[in-house]
Design a binder for this molecule. Structure first.
Ligand code: SF4
Length: 424
C-alpha cells in the first residue's frame, strides 16, 4: 500500500509519525510524499489550542477531498473528540494516544511479530515532513496538572520508554544519516521516574553508547533540572540550548497555573545554566492573558521576562480548553487584552533575541543545513541551525543538505543570521 503520514503540533507528534514510517516500511509498505498518491493516510492530530484542533479537522477534510479513501485519525484532538473524528469524511479508524504504539499493527490488522524492525534505518519522511534532525520519542504522558494544559488530559499518565529501545531508534537514525538527534516527550524531564532513574542517566548513556555528532534535548520543565544536570554539557556533542517553559513571570499567576516553579527558582536555574554551559541559549514559552491576570500581574511578567534575557521563544494567547481547570476559572481576560499582551511579550522576546544573536557576530559556529534552494548562477541558498538554536542562512556552490559546516556569522536580521561558510 502507499501510505501518507501527516502531523500537526509538537515534536513528539513528528517523532511518532517517523516511527510509524519505519514500521509501515518494515511491513512492506511505501511512504509517499503526497496525499494524491496514497491509498491510506494517518493524521497525528493536536489539541493544544483551539486553532490546532481546527487545523486537525481541516487536514483530515483536505485528505478526503484529495481522494484518500482510508484515513486513520490519531493524536490529541481525536483522542479527546473520538466521535467528531469518526464522523469526518473517509475516517475509517480513530486510534487514541494510548494505543498509538500499536497503530501500525491495528491499521494493517497484523501482529507486530510479522514485521521485523531490525536492521531498518530511519529514512527522513518524504515531502512536507522531511527533516534532517531525527526526533526520538523517549517518554509520553504527564503526571502534572498545569491548569491550562489539555495535553496531560489527552496523553494520560507519564510513562518512559526503556533506554534500550531509545538507543535502538538512535542507531537506526544514525544509520540513516541523521547528524542530529532530538530527544522528545510530553514531559521529557520526567523520563525514568517510573523506574527510579533520571533523564540525566539516559542522556549520559546515549552519549556513551552512540557516536552522535549532535544531541539536543527538547522542552524541559524547569523543576526537573538542577546544577548536576548541567554537568552533562561537558560533552560538546550536547547542544547548548535549553527550552524552559516559564509561562508567566508572576508568582501568583504561576500558582493559578499550578506550575511547580516560581520566579526565584527559575532565576537561580537560569543563572546556573549560564554559569555552567558556555553560550547557552535559554528559550521559553509564555502564556498571555491567563485567567485572573491583572494589569499589575502582567507588568511583573514583562519585567521578569526582560530580566531573563531569553534567546527566543513562543508566546501563546491564552485559549480556554474544555476539560482544563483554567477554563472553569472566573475573571477570564478579554480576548483583545490577551492579544495585546501577546504583542507586548512578543516585542520583549524579539528584542532580547536580537541582542543574544548580536553577541555572535564575527564568531564561527557549526551549522547543520536543513534546507536548500537553488539560486541558479549564484549557487545554492542554505538554511540551518547552530547548536545554540540560531537560524542561519548562507550561500554555497553546491547543495549541502544535512552537512555540518563551520560558518562565520556576519549579520543579524529579523529571521535569523547571515553567515559565510568556511572554506566552501
Ligand atoms: S508539565 Fe504541565 S504543561 Fe507540561 S505537559 Fe504536563 S501538565 Fe502540560
Amino acid at each position: 500500500m502507499k501510505i501518507f503520514l501527516d502531523t500537526i503540533g509538537c515534536r513528539l507528534n513528528q517523532a511518532e509519525i517517523e516511527s510509524m514510517a519505519l514500521q509501515f516500511r518494515a511491513a512492506g509498505h511505501e511512504i509517499v510524499a503526497a496525499a494524491e498518491e496514497a491509498d491510506l493516510a494517518v493524521v497525528n492530530t493536536c489539541a493544544v489550542t483551539t486553532d490546532a484542533a481546527a487545523d486537525s479537522r481541516r487536514k483530515i477534510r483536505h485528505l478526503a477531498n484529495t481522494g484518500v479513501d482510508e484515513i486513520v485519525a490519531t493524536g490529541c484532538w481525536s483522542t479527546l473528540q473520538p466521535g467528531q473524528a469518526a464522523a469526518l469524511p473517509h475516517v475509517k479508524q480513530v486510534i487514541p494516544n494510548q494505543r498509538k504504539d500499536t497503530l501500525v499493527e491495528e491499521t494493517l490488522n497484523v501482529k507486530h511479530s510479522t514485521f521485523d524492525l531490525e536492521p531498518l534505518t530511519r529514512i527522513p519522511l518524504p515531502g512536507l515532513h522531511h527533516r534532517t534532525r531525527a526526533f526520538i520519542k523517549v517518554q509520553d504522558g504527564c503526571d502534572n496538572h498545569c491548569t491550562f494544559c489539555i495535553t496531560t488530559v489527552a496523553r494520560g499518565e507519564s510513562r518512559s520508554r526503556p533506554a534500550a529501545d531509545v538507543i535502538r531508534d538512535i542507531h537506526s537514525a544514525l544509520a540513516g544519516g541523521a547528524k542530529e538527534i532530538v530527544l522528545t516527550g510530553v514531559h521529557l524531564g520526567s523520563w525514568g521516574q517510573d523506574f527510579g532513574l533520571h533523564l540525566r542517566d539516559l542522556t549520559a548513556t546515549i552519549l556513551r553508547e552512540a557516536d552522535i555528532p549532535r544531541l539536543r534535548l527538547s522542552s524541559l520543565e524547569p523543576w526537573d533540572l538542577d546544577e548536576a544536570f548541567f554537568a552533562l554539557w561537558a560533552d560538546a556533542r550536547l547542544q547548548p540550548h535549553l527550552h524552559l517553559p516559564l509561562q508567566s513571570g508572576c508568582d501568583s499567576t504561576l500558582r493559578r497555573m499550578a506550575r511547580k516553579t516560581d520566579t526565584a527558582s527559575f532565576r537561580a536555574l537560569a543563572a546556573a545554566a549560564r554559569r555552567l554551559i558556555p553560550d547557552v541559549a535559554i528559550t521559553t514559552d509564555l502564556i498571555a492573558g491567563f485567567p485572573g491576570e491583572t494589569a499589575d500581574e502582567f507588568a511583573l511578567t514583562m519585567d521578569f521576562v526582560r530580566e531573563m534575557q531569553f534567546a527566543g521563544g513562543h508566546v501563546f494567547t491564552y485559549s480556554p480548553r474544555p476539560g482544563t481547570g483554567a477554563a472553569r476559572l472566573r475573571d477570564q481576560v478579554r480576548p483583545e487584552v490577551r492579544k495585546e499582551r501577546n504583542r507586548l511579550l512578543r516585542g520583549i522576546l524579539d528584542k532580547a533575541e536580537q541582542s543574544y544573536r548580536q553577541k555572535f557576530i564575527g564568531r564561527s559556529l557549526p551549522v547543520l543545513w536543513e534546507s536548500v534552494s537553488e539560486l541558479g548562477e549564484w549557487g545554492w541558498q542554505m538554511e540551518g541551525l547552530t547548536g545554540n538554536y540560531m537560524r542561519v542562512s548562507a550561500t554555497a556552490s553546491s547543495p549541502r543538505w544535512n552537512e555540518l559546516d563551520n560558518v562565520k556569522l556576519v549579520e543579524v536580521h529579523a529571521g535569523g543570521m547571515k553567515g559565510v561558510i568556511g572554506n566552501c
